[in-house]
Design a protein around this ligand. Structure first.
Ligand SMILES: C[S@@+](CC[C@H](N)C(=O)[O-])C[C@H]1O[C@@H](n2cnc3c(N)ncnc32)[C@H](O)[C@@H]1O
Length: 466
């Protein structure tokens, strides 16, 4: 370890800050947030600094030297943005026995300022010892994404119950056990979800009951998006990092699974046509059993769980068995594929509606209201529609769609192996056959597919494919 990390209490204690520009302004905001009494030394401060001066917590000294303001300061931050001045102020402060940080000049500093993730009172400080501030910012982004927004509220909640919990649990071990169980239980989740009032009532019961009863499991039915791991929601990402068990489908991208907590148990329940790895009943039973064993179970599904994902059936089954369940939406294939292929799903003058359809009906053939779907000015996104492309094209033309309607077939949308094929509706079955389109693939029918809007996602895919 190159430097010793500490968190210093500053309430009302004096700190010197030299500089009147952006660099000083950023530090001033942090010092104010930490409650320091700040002596700002700057001859001609810019508004970003001057506007923070209140004459009480922050005092301004329009002085060219710092010696006369160093008395009793806890430390000095020098950020004049002029190397010679920075260097000379740092030397003066150090000669007076004051510990110094020089903004963006680690070689001149006794201490460096970390990148911070602030969920007060929870604070995460990240340092690369001054070697790579850009890397520290990246790590901060990753930590920001991984930590719940209301983590600070949870810390405050715990603090307010500490003595009540301690009163009923004599040993440190018993207290630790209680808090570990609490943190993975429903009351902590309520606090994180902003339901603090209800959580407070539940907590009153909890502190007085047997600790074993607070370790209840639950299931999160999570949309994994169309394949590209970067299209996950922050909530899905966080749950993957917390899950004890991850029950996943075939369409979940490998990159998504790599984000799972390292010691999570992964259970594959993928179904492919003609090869039912596990029946839906078996999957339902598995989810209930794992939750009842006290686990946080993530049921990870391709795309969005509530769009051709049987998410509704799983939620109903879990409710019927008194298992707590939440649903985290994901980017559905139609949204992901359209963006990746570079066309919109609705577009003024071309499509004022979009319908998501299944190409598989009860008996295999699509069971759809062709009359309604035959209207133009309406985009159709057909999921699981490869095998029945011929029926769909024939029926749509028979019900009013022009044979020349543009279509797109997107195979492995958003993945490096993505293929986008374009053609016209009357030639769709031939296109699917001649290009040997394989699953997963989405059919999109409508004038919008003739658009080409060069989206960043589309560019990314091309870069990856080459
Ligand atoms: C059982 S449905 C699941 C849909 C999923 N719940 C969603 O919201 O995207 C599977 C179908 O979704 C479509 N699909 C899913 N991921 C896809 C991808 N990456 N590229 C193209 N189509 C995809 C295909 O039509 C596939 O047959």
């Amino acid at each position: 370890m190159q430097a010793f990390p500490i968190f210093l209490k500053l309430d009302g204690r004096p700190v010197l800050l030299a500089g009147g520009g952006d660099a000083a302004a950023a530090k001033l905001r942090l010092l104010r947030a930490a409650g320091a009494s700040v002596r700002v030394v700057a001859t001609d401060p810019e508004p970003c600094v001057a506007d923070q001066v209140d004459g009480v917590q922050v005092q301004l000294f329009r002085s060219e030297t710092i010696n006369e303001h160093l008395e009793n300061v806890i430390f000095a931050i020098i950020g004049t943005e002029d190397e010679d001045t920075d260097r000379s102020f740092a030397a003066v402060a150090r000669a007076a026995g004051v510990t110094v940080n020089v903004v963006d000049r680690p070689a001149l500093s006794d201490f460096t300022m970390p990148a911070i993730v602030d969920r007060s009172p929870v604070t995460v400080a990240i340092s690369t010892g001054g070697a790579a501030p850009a890397l520290a910012r990246q790590v901060r982004g990753a930590v920001e994404a991984a930590l719940p927004a209301r983590l600070g509220a949870l810390a405050g909640f715990i603090d307010s119950f500490r003595s009540a919990v301690a009163a009923g649990r004599a040993t440190p071990k018993a207290r630790r056990k209680f808090w570990d169980a609490f943190l993975s239980g429903p009351v902590a989740r309520k606090v994180l979800d902003g339901e603090e009032e209800t959580a407070r009532q539940d907590m009153l019961t909890l502190v007085n009951q047997d600790d074993r009863s607070i370790t209840t499991g639950r299931v999160a039915i999570v949309g994994a998006g169309p394949g590209d791991a970067e299209l996950l929601t922050l909530k899905a990402h966080r749950l993957l990092k917390q899950a004890d068990v991850i029950v996943h489908d075939k369409l979940v991208g490998a990159g998504v699974l790599e984000l799972a907590r390292r010691d999570a148990r992964l259970v594959y329940v993928g179904k492919s046509r003609g090869n039912h790895h596990r029946t839906q009943d078996e999957i339902n039973a598995l989810l209930v059993a794992e939750a009842q064993a006290g686990h946080l179970v993530v049921r990870l599904k391709g795309g969005d769980p509530f769009i051709f994902g049987r998410g509704g059936e799983e939620v109903a089954f879990l409710h019927a068995h008194d298992v707590e369940v939440e649903v985290v939406p994901g980017i559905t294939a139609a949204a992901g594929c359209a963006a990746a292929a570079g066309f919109p799903l609705t577009h003024r003058g071309k499509a004022s509606a979009v319908t998501f359809l299944s190409g598989q009906g009860r008996d295999g053939a699509p069971d759809l209201d062709w009359q309604a779907l035959g209207q133009s000015n309406h985009t159709l996104a057909i999921y699981m529609g490869i095998d029945t492309a011929e029926v769909s094209a024939r029926e749509l033309i028979a019900h009013g769609r022009s044979p020349a309607t543009p279509v797109a077939v997107i195979e492995n949308g958003t993945l490096p192996t993505q293929r986008v094929l374009r053609g016209r509706l009357d030639a769709l079955p031939a296109l699917v056959r001649s290009e040997r389109v394989t699953t997963p693939a989405l059919l999109v029918i409508g004038d919008v597919t003739g658009e080409t809007i060069d989206t960043a996602v589309a560019q990314d895919r091309r870069a990856l494919a080459h």
